[in-house]
Design a protein around this ligand. Structure first.
Ligand SMILES: [Zn+2]
Length: 406
């Protein structure tokens, strides 16, 4: 039976798939799947038009919220056994990773990114890495190392290899040297604003054209404690200075930061930035597939350029992006949660009101319930907006299913 709710459900789905604007034809096509007869079109048309008029004036968030209520009506949730197949995979050959920053414990946001990566290594065989990105000495909570280790082991049932980036510094230096040797990186000593001006004019700075011998000398000077001071020099990747996106032009790879590191203390003064450490680790760990937040789209492009500079373009992993989960009634941000804890709004990271892994674990949830959610959602770039109550109702239902299956 086709009623107004079904029309609404298909219209919302179509609008979400097409920048917020649903069209009559697509809605009718959907309704045909639902038993609509050609002879009924004339009768139902005014209803469709009414619905479209309303839906096409909604915001993206309203569309998502409304669709969440009606999604089940149109069998949009395909009951699949696990995630969709990955392209071109050999058994035992899928290596994936997730890279939390040690600024706090793992949260629900991390769970949703860990999910597909971990589940794919479980499905095909391979290694799932948790790579703690601690190469910014200013953004580290020393307690986070232990929390992230314990929480990721719990989430992945022990099947996770944990790697700490600050213990791999020699490797990043080795690669920095390689890029310099290949003429693909240079040490820039320009004033930041002057450099930016040139960059926007698609013009290289004077450092860019200095020869390799001079670059090597400058790099040594960056590493030397009596050399450049913090802020005086930065290692940059030599990309296409005329690239249509200014953010892709000669981006930074490493910088000097003399803040003592919680683990390495004063051992290092030059720290790799994400766009150096990430491709180095991906190459060394033989990463095959990467599923990451869609805020990393530009970084993926940068990292692919770096593979290419090393002649490893063909080895660049398969990459997919996932949208974010927004709660209508809570902002999932580690720094905001930390602030609220400090202000006494919550008792700690394990406060039952917080969606941190430790709190979810204490409440008795098992990781599989979240994996069910991850499988159902699939690898999709669409952001999702939902209230905490609705989200946890879904998770509670999965918990019930799991208990029943056991
Ligand atoms: Zn320069």
């Amino acid at each position: 039976m086709v009623d107004k709710k079904h029309i609404r459900a298909y219209a919302l789905k179509n609008a979400l798939e097409h920048d917020g604007k649903a069209v009559v034809g697509s809605v009718i096509a959907g309704l045909f799947n639902h038993g609509l007869q050609k002879s009924q079109i004339k009768e139902i048309m005014p209803k469709i038009q009414d619905v479209l008029k309303e839906i096409n004036s909604m915001s993206g968030q309203e569309l998502e919220q409304e669709f969440a209520k009606l999604e089940s009506l149109i069998g949009h949730r395909v009951e699949r056994d696990g995630l969709a197949e990955l392209p071109g995979v050999k058994k035992g050959s899928v290596n994936t990773r997730m890279s939390p920053s040690p600024s706090g414990p793992l949260t629900l946001g991390h769970i949703l990114t860990i999910g597909p990566n971990y589940l794919y290594t479980k499905k095909y065989g391979g290694t799932f890495f948790i790579r703690i990105e601690d190469t910014n000495p200013e953004n580290i909570d020393p307690k986070a190392y232990k929390m992230i280790k314990e929480e990721s082991k719990w989430l992945c049932d022990g099947n996770v290899k944990i790697v700490i980036q600050s213990e791999r510094m020699d490797l990043y230096y080795k690669y920095a040297q390689k890029f310099i040797d290949k003429g693909a990186a240079y040490v820039c000593t320009c004033d930041v604003d002057a450099f930016k001006d040139l960059l926007l004019k698609k013009t290289g700075c004077p450092c860019r054209s200095l020869d390799k011998k001079e670059q090597k000398k400058r790099w040594k000077n960056m590493l030397d404690k009596d050399g450049y001071k913090q802020g005086e020099a930065v290692l940059r990747f030599k990309s296409d200075i005329t690239h249509k996106n200014p953010a892709m032009r000669d981006f930074p790879l490493a910088r000097i930061n003399t803040t003592p590191h919680p683990k390495q203390k004063k051992k290092y003064r030059v720290w790799p930035l994400m766009n150096l450490a990430v491709p180095v680790d991906d190459i060394e760990m033989k990463m095959t597939h990467i599923i990451r937040g869609k805020d990393h789209m530009d970084n993926s492009k940068r990292q692919k350029m770096m593979y290419k500079a090393l002649g490893k373009e063909k080895q660049y992993p398969w990459v997919a992006f996932i949208g974010r989960l927004h709660f209508t009634d809570f902002v999932m941000s580690t720094s905001k949660m930390r602030k609220a804890i400090e202000e006494g709004k919550y008792s700690g990271w394990d406060d039952p009101k917080l969606p941190t892994v430790v709190s979810l674990k204490n409440k008795g949830y098992c990781p599989e319930a979240f994996w069910k959610y991850v499988e159902q959602r699939g690898v999709s770039e669409t952001d999702k907006t939902i209230s905490q109550k609705d989200f946890f109702q879904l998770i509670d239902n999965f918990e019930k299913d799991l208990k029943r299956d056991k």
